[in-house]
Design a protein around this ligand. Structure first.
Ligand SMILES: N[C@H](CCC[C@H](N)C(=O)O)C(=O)O
Length: 317
């Protein structure tokens, strides 16, 4: 079967994206690809969907699967829209089918896409997070960390802990690094880890740096930037509507609206293809001997595939 492997990025949050490969060991593939190419933050898998144009699965560099990836969803949106010759599509994610849309191409040929970020929950159990019997944490200090930094916990639907910090703490990432490592290791608060973002107000908009669960510090985290824009609107740091969010990888626009007490989030930014490669995955051998030597045969084929891919990765890196 034909397998398409692309190296892509949204706001310099870089991924391998693969279509045409149905396997049960994407976590292993993600770890092997990211080990071979350390510039990559994870693996996006495009699969058929019963309810949408396509389905996305997201694997971090450590092999853990996430329920959502804002920067990655923009890249998948571009792949699907260009393949189908459409400007709008619906992509199935772990918790929701989300609308995606091609936006006006920027002058320097940069393709822009907008994606829905949903569902949104402030219930700590939806991250999951346990803290002092609270049901929600919105703009509250975590006394173990600091009395000055106001933290908020939100699932979009992957888990985010967002702290509003002064410039001096934003400038030196050691404070954020220490607590992000703690909350993604053995700890009493986040059973599945958490993406940790520090937000600082700018003249226009906000700056967000994120330590991503399963990855570490990245140039940008789409869901984190969007969740940070939401928290910044709730905190009155920026007005509701279109929020300009800067990050080490560049800039995105996050649109935050509230209708009948519910929030809606839209993330708009680039969806850039760095390289694309077709790979022929040999047809499985005859059913009879395939079943008998399935493990060995599949292992042999898999080794060949990984070596083939790593050859491709070397070209991409
Ligand atoms: N590390 C995230 C998944 C990737 C999200 C990020 N790359 C984005 O663009 O939203 C998690 O484990 O929840």
């Amino acid at each position: 079967m034909k397998v398409t492997l692309e190296k892509v990025h949204g706001s310099m949050n870089t991924f391998y994206m693969v279509e045409g490969l149905e396997r049960n060991d994407y976590a292993e593939l993600a770890m092997q690809l990211c080990d071979r190419d350390t510039s990559v933050d994870g693996l996006l898998v495009i699969l058929p969907s019963q309810t949408a144009h396509a389905k996305i699965r997201v694997f971090n560099r450590d092999g853990s699967e996430a329920s959502m990836c804002g920067n990655g969803l923009r890249c998948v949106a571009r792949y699907v829209c260009e393949k189908e010759g459409i400007r709008e599509a619906v992509i199935e994610t772990m918790k929701a089918d989300l609308k995606v849309k091609k936006e006006e191409t920027l002058t320097d040929g940069i393709e822009m896409y907008s994606v829905e970020i949903s569902p949104i929950s402030f219930r700590l159990e939806d991250l999951p997070m346990e803290y002092a019997e609270l049901e929600e944490m919105i703009l509250q200090p975590i006394s173990e960390i600091s009395e000055e930094i106001l933290f908020s916990a939100v699932a979009v639907p992957n888990p985010h802990l967002i702290g509003i910090v002064p410039e001096e703490i934003q400038k030196d990432s050691t404070h954020q690094h220490f607590w992000a490592e703690k909350f993604n290791g053995q700890n009493a608060y986040f059973a599945d880890g958490v993406n940790v973002s520090y937000v600082t107000k700018l003249e226009q908009g906000i700056f967000v740096r994120t330590f991503e669960r399963g990855v570490g510090f990245t140039n940008a985290c789409g869901t984190a930037m969007t969740a940070s824009a939401l928290i910044s609107c709730i905190a009155g740091i920026v007005p509701f509507g279109e929020v300009t969010v800067y990050n080490p990888g560049g800039m995105v626009k996050c649109t935050v609206t509230e209708t009948a007490g519910a929030y809606q989030l839209l993330l708009t930014g680039n969806a850039t293809r760095i390289s694309s490669h077709e790979y022929q995955w040999e047809k499985e051998s005859q059913e009879s001997d395939f079943l008998s030597s399935r493990k060995f045969e599949e292992q042999q084929q898999y080794e060949k595939f990984i070596n083939g891919i790593s050859g491709i990765v070397d070209q991409f890196a």
